[in-house]
Design a protein around this ligand. Structure first.
Ligand code: OAD
Length: 252
């Protein structure tokens, strides 16, 4: 059996299948990753200047515009064949849960039914002071205030900010708890397109592994997860995932 066939057989036999996705999942959609040496966002920009609560306090306009720029990138991009292949898997396996670090919303857009968003969603906005509870979502398309950033329409006091998790912030509690639970219960976890350097997301495969799950990986490069992966398909996810799904279909 080739590695691809073995990989597909393991996925095809999964009862509680969990997928952890990172920026590499959307790389073939044209959205840059964070840490790839050539075109990764953090190779060009300093995250501490753009993606922390103190950066937003210091320079709200700069941070707001950086996220508007990234939202523009997402809006002009489209989900890729890998995102669609994960939806197809739902018809082939009893249980599929996606835990994503991505903020582009592409898994939900293509119809994946069980998606846990650990780092928020760049299409959503909230009151920076969570004036009516955490998070107080604000529909910016309804705002007449065109300031950059606008003020929260509810409290008129705090700025509106993107509903994403910044460095030095905690992850949404319910999402993280559920991500822990599904990782512990998984029999197979597929890790796609993450360098595995940002915790707590990067701990989930290790949790699953210690709980007895088989770890698989799709990533053109080695990551911090590779050491526990039974197999790594060294290619892009938009290319590899449809092949995996095709093989599972042929064998069922
Ligand atoms: P990284 O940029 O750290 O890692 C991207 C990974 O994707 C690398 O391991 C690449 O080798 C791999 N990759 C590149 N192209 C790929 C492709 N076509 N198919 C599959 N894999 C590919 O991104 P993340 O691990 O997602 O956090 O980063 C984690 C977090 O750090 C992000 O959620 C973000 C960032 O700072 C926040 O914004 C809170």
């Amino acid at each position: 059996m080739s590695d691809l066939q073995t990989f597909a057989a393991i996925v095809g036999g999964a009862k509680r299948f969990v997928v952890l996705t990172g920026a590499g999942m959307s790389q073939e959609s044209g959205i840059p990753t964070f840490r790839d040496a050539m075109d990764g966002l953090w190779a060009q920009y300093d995250p501490m200047e753009l993606a922390t609560p103190s950066a937003f306090l210091r320079d709200p306009k700069l941070v707001w515009e950086w996220y508007e720029y990234r939202r523009g990138l997402v809006n002009t991009a489209k989900p890729n064949a890998g995102h669609y292949a994960l939806v197809e898997l739902e018809a082939l396996l009893p249980q599929v849960t996606i835990v994503t670090q991505n903020v582009d919303g592409f898994h939900q857009l293509v119809g994946s039914r069980d998606v846990i968003c650990l780092h928020g969603n760049i299409q959503q906005h909230k009151c920076a002071g969570d004036c009516k509870g955490d998070p107080t979502l604000v529909d910016i398309s309804q705002l007449t205030d065109e300031a950059s950033p606008p003020r929260c329409p509810y409290c008129q006091q705090h700025y509106v900010r993107p509903n994403v998790v910044w460095f030095n912030e905690t992850l949404p509690v319910a999402e993280l708890e559920r991500a822990h639970d599904v990782s512990l219960q998984a029999d197979v976890m597929l890790v796609i397109g993450t360098s595995g350097v940002v915790v707590p997301a990067a701990q989930l495969p290790f949790l699953a592994y210690r709980g007895g799950a088989t770890i698989l990986e799709i990533n053109p490069n080695r990551s911090n997860i590779s050491e526990i992966a039974r197999l790594r398909l060294a290619g892009g996810s938009a290319e590899m995932l449809p092949e995996v799904v095709k093989l599972i279909r042929e064998n069922t």
